[in-house]
Every structure is written in C-alpha cells, then in structure tokens.
Design a protein. Structure first.
Length: 386
C-alpha cells in the first residue's frame, strides 16, 4: 500500500522549492518516509554559488545529536553498565557533593547544598540542575554563571564550537568547579545535560564517545556517515547565519568540523546525512531492534517531566505548549517525537502514521521555533499521506 499520494508528493516538491535560493535556504535535502515508501527532495547548493547538494551530503545536525546520545545511554543501561535511577557520581565524582546557586542570577559564591544527588534520569530528562534558560540572557548583562561558562570554555550556552572545549576529563572537572543553577530534579534546563551524558557514556564503556556511538548505534543501524568530524569536506555544506544584510558564513567545510575535536559533544557535535537519520528513526518505529529494548524506546518517546518541571523550564514562555520532554528529545501531545538542530536540521517521527520527516539545510535557526521551510515540509508530508 502506498504511503503518499502522487499529487501530495508534487505539492511536497513545490513546498521545498519555494524556500530554496541563495538568499533563503541555499541547499536542502528532505526525506519523507511512510511504510515502505521514501521520497527524497534534493535542491540547491552546498554553498552559495558552489556545487549542488546531493542526497548523501553532510550537514551539521547540532542538537539532533541529543536523541542519539540518549539512545546510546539506554543501550548502556540495557548492558548493565549504567543504572537509570542510580547516582552518576560513581563514574563522575566531579558531580558529587553539589552546591546550588542561592539565586540563578546571583554570585557564584552564594550557594546552598544540593538537596540530593544527581541521577542518570536527571541527565536524560534535562533536570539535573545545569543548562540553558532564555532568562539568563534577558537582563542588562549575562548572569555570572554564563560568564563563568564562557571563561572556562565549556561551550554549553551557545552554538556548538567543536574546537573550543578541552578534553572530556578536563571539561567535566571545570563544570564540577561551578555550582548548579537549580536543585536536581527541580526544573528543565537545556543542552548541558547531554554534554555530561557524553562524558558519562565514555567512562562507563571505557572508550571515547565516538566509539560508543559507533558500536552501539551507527554500525548496527548502517549509519556510516554520522560522526563528529569529516575529512570529506567536499561533501559538507557551508553553514550560514541569517543577518539583516543577508546570509553570512558561520562555518566553512574546512572549518570546525574538519578535524577531530578534543571534546566529542553529545549535545550538538555530530554531522550526518538524511538517510542516516531516517535509519535512526526507523529503529525507534520498529521498537528498538536491533539496538534497544521496546521498554527503552517507550521511555525515550514518552513524557518524562512533571508539571512543575515544565512550569519552571523551557526555551521561552510557550515552549512546552503542546509538547513535553522524553529522554533527549521533545515528545508532542500528538504522539510524535523528535528534535531539531539549530544549524538548520529537523527530525520528526510520528508512530501513529508510521511517518518520518527529515529536513537538512545549512541555514541556522533564528529562534527556538523551526523555520518556515521545516514547518512547510512537515505540513506537506502530512497532507501527502495516502
């Protein structure tokens, strides 16, 4: 049985084409998959005036890294190397005996003791007490904790910077020198928890994060193009940042992702292809085989936050409208799940309709909301269902 109508797929191509051009989205790869049918739309160029995009072109997936790191964590739990509700300080002693800021925007030396230890569940749900909230940038000057993170080169509160952070042991030591922003389990805070997960996975498995991801996910799923850097720079799209004066280069193909980083960032460090992300999505749709249990997939793809955690978290006042958070990704009231990457990618899985929508571009997001092209592709994919 066909997954999409012929007319709907024609509309999908038109929806993509409307956004592709040198002043809008220089290049795009969109995959929509339903049942056994996969439709690819490949348009535009890897760089403005450069070679054309191909279906296997590489894109920086930034925060779409987060659900991949979460899945690898669940794989190690399944092996007995980690415990979901166990404290993390056995492997991360740097996070033992935490202090917590008396006020999130207050001085670093005004703290109170943490009410309890940090658990692995706290990291997976982004509630361990440290991370990004938009509040920290809304005042006349950044909070002291933001200035400290920048000074320590943790690369935790902004766009991913693969060549900035130190090696994992030094990174976690520097993070451990800072107080938490909130009590463990109190509120949802973005990004840093997935970075900590990357360090934890490496220590639990006795290997680098890249080796852990490759052995537990990438090789079994055939995700051969997903990695933390590439020497095949001719396949990597140029990243652009939109400004009032047009698109400005954020990263060249021979830039930050063209050499092995000291710190493999489990929050936002990966590059990948549309087909690799489709393979990851289909693993979840079929219940986790051959890398995860059905229980792990259910936990990862269902709401794991309390109302109180949602009320005090998010990236903006309406962030949790019609969505919550599972393990490392958003879960929507509709039953769909997934997460976007601020460098221009989006990844959505809807098990009700056996639908996957992957959009790869190299234009950075301008807000926490997916840009119009990503929303248009999703609307067209749903409208095209047979």
């Amino acid at each position: 049985m066909a997954g999409f109508t012929k007319a709907g797929l024609a509309d999908l191509h038109e929806a993509c084409a409307a956004y592709v051009g040198p002043t809008r989205v220089p290049g795009l790869v969109a995959l929509v998959a339903r049942r056994d049918q996969v439709e690819a739309v490949v348009l535009g160029d890897l760089a403005i005036g450069g070679p054309p995009v191909a279906r296997d072109s590489l894109f920086r997936i930034s925060s779409t890294t987060k659900p991949i790191t979460a899945a690898a964590t669940l794989a190690l739990i399944g092996e007995g190397l980690l415990e979901l509700d166990g404290p993390v300080d056995r492997l991360l002693p740097e996070l033992a005996d935490r202090r917590v800021l008396a006020r999130p925007d207050g001085p670093l030396d005004q703290t109170v003791p943490a009410a309890r230890v940090v658990t692995l569940r706290d990291l997976l749900t982004f509630t361990f007490g440290f991370g990004v909230t938009f509040d920290m940038f809304g005042g006349p000057r950044p909070w002291p904790i933001v200035e400290a993170v920048d000074r320590l080169r943790l690369a935790s509160f902004g766009a991913p910077e693969p060549q900035v952070p130190p090696d994992p042991d030094e990174w976690i030591a520097r993070l451990g020198s800072l107080p938490l922003i909130a009590q463990p389990g109190e509120r949802w805070l973005y990004n840093t928890p997935a970075q900590v997960l990357g360090v934890l996975l490496a220590r639990a498995a006795g290997a680098t994060l890249g080796v852990v991801l490759d052995g537990r996910l990438f090789r079994p799923l055939g995700m051969r193009q997903t990695t933390f850097w590439t020497s095949q720079v001719m396949r990597l799209a140029t990243a652009y940042r939109p400004t009032a004066d047009g698109l400005v280069v954020q990263d060249e193909p021979g830039g930050a992702w063209s050499a092995a980083p000291r710190f493999e960032d489990g929050a936002a460090g990966l590059i990948s292809t549309a087909d690799d992300l489709l393979a990851f999505a289909r693993m979840l749709l079929r219940g986790g085989a051959p890398v995860l249990s059905a229980t792990a997939v259910r936990d990862m793809t269902t709401d794991q936050l309390t109302p109180a955690q949602r009320a005090r978290g998010g990236l903006g006042s309406d962030f949790f409208r019609e969505m919550s958070w599972g393990f490392g990704q958003a879960v929507y009231d509709s039953g769909a799940y997934g997460w976007d990457g601020g460098f221009g990618t989006s990844w959505l899985v809807d098990p009700r309709h056996d639908l996957v929508v992957v959009v790869m571009t190299q234009r950075l997001f301008e807000s926490a909301t997916a840009p119009a092209v990503h929303q248009a592709v999703r609307r067209a994919a749903y409208a095209a269902m047979a």
